[in-house]
Design a protein around this ligand. Structure first.
Ligand code: HEM
Length: 323
């Protein structure tokens, strides 16, 4: 019998599109999966507290570009420019090695079973839970993409200059509501951003050589000191006043004009988003509830393209194994 039909069958099976997502997807095939992910995340946080925020950000940057398929994690190849060097990601996304560590641990425990796309979703949830935020059940069963698109990522991912009305438009393309937008922006309750992302805000908002008038003057003095005109723009500052804790301080900061990014502060300046900022600043439980809802919706975005379970999150399997 020719080998070709069976080879084709194997390819079709291993590259099937993901089915419906469900909780406990690995309960038979890799029951320790979720515990392993949380354990590596806990260790990463002990080694470098910021790393869990950096990993949490992957869910946004992965899911908005062709669905949650770990396309973000693919390294460049001679024939494919990956997403890591896209405009919003270059010199900014970090802590990819934490995902590598999770993947290695999972491959040891249950080889070829847990997708990198699901790792991102579990790790993002764990980042929030480990820093004092809500904990929730995630739906799993995603498959990993066979390719990535730097161009799409550069075109889609919003810059820190974006205002609330453009953000509302962008999120609505993914069926994410105004409430989802504001709640998900609350992920900036943890982590840091570079001076690069706020220089225009401090020195040339709207091209008039003036700072953003929405910044509280006391906070602007602090930011000016952190990011003087001649600063190394990779210097970072905290995204809110309690950047190691997942809480509603981010929204309290916005109400006080102490948001770090323009895209953050504009959520309070615009009437449509302002009511949610006010609500979440007054009621942490409402924020947590809306945040979990938003993360679940964000995590549902799927391309419907064929996928596989990568053995190394940085490359597709066919690169490693010559067929
Ligand atoms: C609403 C539109 C959003 C914009 C415009 C935006 C933009 C940014 C920017 C510019 C930075 C700092 C980058 C740098 O200076 O290197 C950042 C950091 C971060 N973003 Fe967002 N973001 C948005 C939404 C989100 C969402 C939905 C999530 C997660 C679900 C998220 C999670 C994070 C985290 C955790 C950090 C800190 C990462 C670290 O410390 O390494 N962001 N974001």
């Amino acid at each position: 019998m020719s080998l070709l039909p069976s080879l084709l069958f194997v390819l079709m099976v291993t590259m099937a599109a993901a089915g419906p997502l469900c909780p406990g997807f690995y309960s038979q095939t890799c029951p320790q999966a979720e515990a392993i992910v949380r354990d590596v995340m806990r260790k990463a946080m002990a080694t470098e507290p910021r790393s869990v925020a950096s990993v949490m950000r992957f869910q946004f940057h992965d899911c908005f570009v062709n669905g949650c398929d770990a396309s973000l994690l693919l390294d460049d190849t001679p024939s494919m420019l990956g997403e890591k060097l896209a405009l919003s990601n270059i010199n900014s996304l970090r802590s990819f090695e934490v995902v590598d560590e999770i993947k290695e641990a999972l491959e040891k425990a249950c080889p070829g079973v847990v997708s990198c796309a699901d790792i991102i979703i579990m790790a993002a949830r764990d980042a929030v839970a480990l820093t004092g935020g809500p904990d929730w059940e995630v739906r799993l069963g995603r498959r990993d993409s066979l390719t990535a698109s730097q161009e799409q990522s550069s075109n889609i991912m919003p810059s820190p200059r974006t205002n609330a009305s453009s953000l509302i438009d962008l999120f609505s393309k993914y069926n994410l509501s105004v409430q989802d937008l504001v709640a998900l922006s609350g992920s900036h309750s943890i982590g840091e951003a570079r001076c690069f992302s706020i220089m225009f805000r401090l020195y040339n908002q709207s091209g008039l050589g003036k700072p953003d008038p929405a910044i509280d003057p006391g906070f602007r003095a602090t930011l000016d000191k952190l990011c003087p005109l001649d600063v190394d723009q990779n210097v970072t500052g905290a995204l809110d006043a309690t950047s190691r804790l997942f809480d509603n301080q981010y929204f309290k900061d916005l109400v006080a004009g102490r948001g770090f990014l323009n895209s953050d502060q504009t959520l309070f300046t615009f009437p449509q988003t302002r009511e949610y900022v006010t609500l979440f600043s007054n009621d942490e439980n409402e924020f947590f509830k809306a945040f979990v809802e938003g993360m679940l919706k964000l995590g549902e975005l799927q391309s419907g393209q064929p996928g596989e379970i990568r053995t190394n999150c940085r490359k597709v399997n066919s690169q490693a194994v010559d067929v």
